[in-house]
Each structure stands twice: as structure tokens, then as C-alpha cells.
Design a protein around this ligand. Structure first.
Ligand SMILES: [Cu+2]
Length: 133
């Protein structure tokens, strides 16, 4: 093997390493939000528990920074009917809790946007909460 050949295989190896690194990088689709507590009733101060999971490894994602939430009744044709959402501390890694006044029974849409460590893009979730009387 001459020097030219050696250099060429070195460059190729570098390119392959780079391609592997890019493929291993996380994408927002790798994460999923899910409702934990499904027995929700209308009223003040309802607690909504949500889990965030890395689907590649099926592990909970702790320390995500939730920076936007919106809770409205869009599934019932009442998109303008919103209610404020307050983040509440959670002791369980990968679980996020929120407090809201669910002023009406029916289906609510909960939108979440989060920053996850190591993920440059925003991770977004849209969940439907079935709220009973
Ligand atoms: Cu409503």
C-alpha cells in the first residue's frame, strides 16, 4: 500500500465516522409525550401528569425544559377556550406535572414544547385529555 492509498482509506474512514455520528444524533421524533393520569375530572387545580420517553432506548427523559404549554378545547370545536397551565415539581425522573383548571368536561388538547439535553431542535407533543364531569 503506498501513501496515496493510505491517505484515501483514511479519508474514507473519517467520512464513515462522520456519517455514523450524524445518524446517531437524536431527532425530535425520537421523543414522545404521553398522559400518565387518564382519570381526569372537571374542576379547579387538576393535576396532569405527562411522561417523556426516548423511543430509541425506551427510557424516561429527565431534566427536559418545558417552555411552552397550551391547553384548549380544540377537539370539541372550542379552540378559543383555553385555560392557564402551571408547571408543578415532580419527583419522578422523566415525568412532568402540570396544574390547570379544567373548567368543562370533554376533550382538551394539551400542547407541549420542550428542550431536551443533546437535542438541538424543539421536541413537541400534542396530547388529548379526556375530562369527565
Ligand atoms: Cu369548552
Amino acid at each position: 500500500m503506498n501513501t496515496k492509498h493510505l491517505l484515501r482509506s483514511f479519508v474514507l474512514a473519517q467520512a464513515l465516522t462522520l456519517a455514523a455520528a450524524v445518524a446517531a444524533q437524536a431527532a425530535p421524533e425520537d421523543y414522545t409525550f404521553k398522559i400518565i393520569e387518564s382519570d381526569l375530572h372537571s374542576g379547579e387545580g387538576a393535576i396532569i401528569s405527562v411522561s417523556l420517553t426516548d423511543m430509541r432506548t425506551n427510557t424516561p427523559v429527565a431534566d427536559a425544559v418545558i417552555f411552552t404549554t397550551r391547553l384548549d378545547m380544540a377537539p370539541e370545536g372550542m379552540e378559543a377556550m383555553t385555560t392557564p397551565v402551571e408547571a408543578v415539581a415532580s419527583d419522578i425522573p422523566g415525568q412532568y406535572q402540570f396544574k390547570a383548571d379544567l373548567t368543562m368536561a370533554g376533550n382538551w388538547r394539551f400542547q407541549i414544547a420542550a428542550k431536551v439535553q443533546g437535542e438541538t431542535e424543539t421536541v413537541q407533543g400534542e396530547l388529548i385529555l379526556g375530562v369527565q364531569k
